[in-house]
Design a protein around this ligand. Structure first.
Ligand SMILES: NC(=O)c1ccc[n+]([C@@H]2O[C@H](COP(=O)([O-])OP(=O)(O)OC[C@H]3O[C@@H](n4cnc5c(N)ncnc54)[C@H](O)[C@@H]3O)[C@@H](O)[C@H]2O)c1
Length: 254
């Protein structure tokens, strides 16, 4: 069977860890040449080492519009085009009730999760409109569909990512470009295991599935959304969450 992304080029932001690294690796396995972008140089270079020849690293802080433009420019310099992009980089912000979040907390998380996705999306769309083709996946979250106590700012940013995704998709719907969103539930990454819920196995396993997702389980869905096999999917969301948004976990069979 032909690989999903044979001969394509891809940009993945936040590809130094977690879901971004798994995505970069799955895209490479599926035949794509990958530009690995991360603010953390060591982590990004390690992803490139794990992938091998077809990957390149660029250090970038996506909250800086110039850095997003430079990422796309690097892809064009390397390959003459950018076929696919996954705007994955994001931060969790401070765990606190909304009443205890500061102006600085707000600016910090919106600058990365919303402005950062917008910066990348705009730069990618400008290039893809010139080419007349492309496929983009923005990283949202189940928290883009429901409220999350103690993570209200995070939930606000992920709702915003879904709004950007839908609007961008409509604006380019007849240009050969597709824009969609990925909505994972709890995923076993440094963000969740080391920072949000360190040592809290019960919370990490709270999904009806009884365990968090492995990053690769999210990456597989991203690869499909980026590929031509999802050709009629536009402005839409794929939920991979072990059943969380399906409903209440009450009365689950053990
Ligand atoms: N882990 C989960 O349970 C989960 C669930 C739903 C959605 N998500 C989303 O998936 C994405 C990846 O999450 P993860 O769990 O793999 O996180 P992670 O913290 O494990 O990895 C995120 C990577 O992004 C990089 N990064 C952070 N800020 C950046 C910036 N300004 N510019 C460039 N790179 C930056 C980090 O250096 C890191 O390598 C995030 O957008 C997150 O909100 C995660």
């Amino acid at each position: 069977m032909t690989r999903l992304l044979e001969g394509k080029t891809a940009l993945v932001t936040g590809a130094g860890n977690g879901i971004g690294r798994a995505t970069a690796m799955v895209l490479a396995r599926e035949g794509a040449a990958v530009l690995v972008a991360d603010i953390d140089e060591q982590a990004g270079r390690e992803t490139v080492r794990l992938i091998g020849n077809e990957a390149h690293f660029v250090q970038a802080d996506i909250s800086d519009p110039g850095a997003a433009d430079a990422l796309v420019a690097e892809a064009v310099k390397l390959w003459g085009r950018l076929d696919t992009a996954c705007n994955n980089a994001g931060i969790e912000g401070k765990m606190a009730r909304l009443v205890d979040q500061t102006d600085e907390d707000f600016t910090k998380i919106f600058d990365v999760n919303v402005r950062g996705v917008f910066n990348c999306l705009r730069a990618e769309l400008r290039q893809m409109l010139k080419q007349g083709h492309g496929s983009i996946v923005n990283m949202a979250s189940g928290a883009g569909q429901i409220g999350v106590p103690m993570m209200g700012l995070y939930a606000g940013t992920k709702h915003a990512v879904i709004g950007l995704t839908k609007t961008a998709a409509l604006e380019v719907a007849r240009t050969g470009i597709r824009v969609n969103a990925m909505l994972p539930g709890m995923v076993d990454t440094p963000m969740t295991r080391e920072r949000i819920y360190p040592g809290q196995t019960e919370i990490l396993n709270f999904a009806p599935a009884g365990r968090p997702a492995r990053p690769e389980e999210i990456a597989e869905g991203i690869a499909w959304m980026l590929s031509d096999r999802s050709s009629y999917m536009m402005g839409s969301s794929m939920i991979i969450d072990g059943g969380v948004i399906a409903g209440s976990p009450l009365a689950l069979e053990e």
